[in-house]
Ligand binder design. Structure first.
Ligand SMILES: Nc1ncnc2c1ncn2[C@@H]1O[C@H](COP(=O)(O)OP(=O)(O)OP(=O)(O)O)[C@@H](O)[C@H]1O
Ligand SMILES: O=P(O)(O)OC[C@H]1O[C@H](OP(=O)(O)OP(=O)(O)O)[C@H](O)[C@@H]1O
Ligand SMILES: [Mg+2]
Length: 286
């Protein structure tokens, strides 16, 4: 039996989800742009639904697992197994007020204030926990406009770059929740389904781990090896390989952080290394 994985059909997360599954060797083979299901190869089948619906579908067992925003999982309030953080779709759910309102902290929110949000449950819960009962105005999008229309005093909405809040003359005053895309699973999955989902988690994890790393090769003067070791710790220390007719040079291979590759290359050059080559890694399993 194929395991059903619910994926966002459009919106902020859909392209990156597809890219991640493709990179893990689970190519999304849709029959057409508007297809609602697609083979993922292997033991999985994708079903394409709205990101908001995914927590419910997975909790109800209509899909064995799904990828959606953590904000939507929390808003749904359903019991789900969190399998992994996929590290994209990073955003925050924040409380924001009009610049001119002078409101600078959530403590200044008065009882009974109207709060527009696409996240009524999380909004209610946040203010209730703080002992500030508010009137939530549920909206299904573009919450940022609500204070200007006079239908709310403040908003609770998602932000990443902050440009939408700024463009709408709003100031962030508190963070309700930090979010990113997550792989979640149904609590009632069989042992066999769980085993397959473990393999899926490992495959996706190996792609994410590889994204932050590069494979570096360099010809290193033998006498510089000790110092090169400090520059290139690799996973378990660098691999050192003899070079045919290499004279005083040996080849060194290592997995290095992508972020510091510029500095690493300069450090190797300073140690007399030659023939430096850096490549991307597709999968990395520790
Ligand atoms: N600005 C953002 N930056 C990063 N991630 C975001 C941002 N906005 C939303 N997300 C993430 O993407 C998820 C889905 O948002 P998206 O905008 O695709 O759906 P929607 O607009 O709420 O729904 P729909 O387009 O189906 O009406 C959000 O729940 C959140 O996890
Ligand atoms: O901080 P920023 O980078 O400006 O991002 C914030 C905006 O992104 C999301 O909307 P989206 O663009 O997904 O449009 P939507 O309202 O159609 O969901 C969110 O609802 C904010 O409006
Ligand atoms: Mg959106």
């Amino acid at each position: 039996m194929l395991l059903k994985i619910a994926l966002p059909n459009k919106g902020r997360l859909s392209d990156e989800v597809r890219e991640l599954f493709n990179d893990a060797g689970l190519e999304v083979r849709a029959r057409g742009e508007r297809a609602l299901t697609a083979s993922l190869g292997g033991e999985f089948e994708a079903i394409f639904v709205r990101a908001q619906d995914i927590p419910e579908f997975v909790a109800d067992g209509a899909a064995h697992a799904g990828v959606t925003g953590w904000d939507l999982v929390c808003e749904a309030g359903r019991e789900l197994d969190l399998l992994m953080d996929l590290e994209f779709g990073r955003c925050r759910l924040v409380v924001a007020a009009r610049e001119e309102s002078g409101l600078a902290s959530p403590a200044e929110v008065k009882a009974g204030m109207r709060v527009a949000s696409c996240f009524p449950r999380l909004t209610q819960e946040y203010f209730a926990k703080r002992g500030q009962p508010v009137a939530v105005v549920p909206v299904s999008g573009a919450a940022e406009i609500a204070p200007h229309l006079g239908i709310a005093d403040i908003v609770v909405d998602l932000t990443s770059t902050g440009s939408t809040l700024k463009m709408n003359g709003l100031r962030e005053v508190a963070t309700v929740l930090e979010s990113s895309a997550r792989l979640v699973a149904c609590k009632g999955n069989s042992a066999d389904a769980q085993r397959k989902l473990d393999e899926l988690t490992q495959a996706l994890g190996s792609v994410l781990a590889a994204r932050g790393k590069r494979y570096l090769m360099a010809n290193v003067p033998r006498e510089a090896l000790i110092r090169v070791r400090e520059v290139l710790p690799g996973l378990n220390g660098p691999t050192v390989v003899d070079v045919l007719d290499g004279g005083d040079f040996v080849a060194v291979h290592a997995v290095v952080p992508a972020k510091t590759i510029y500095r690493t290359i300069n450090a190797l050059k300073a140690l007399g290394c030659e023939g430096i080559l850096v490549t991307r890694i597709e999968r990395l399993m520790a």
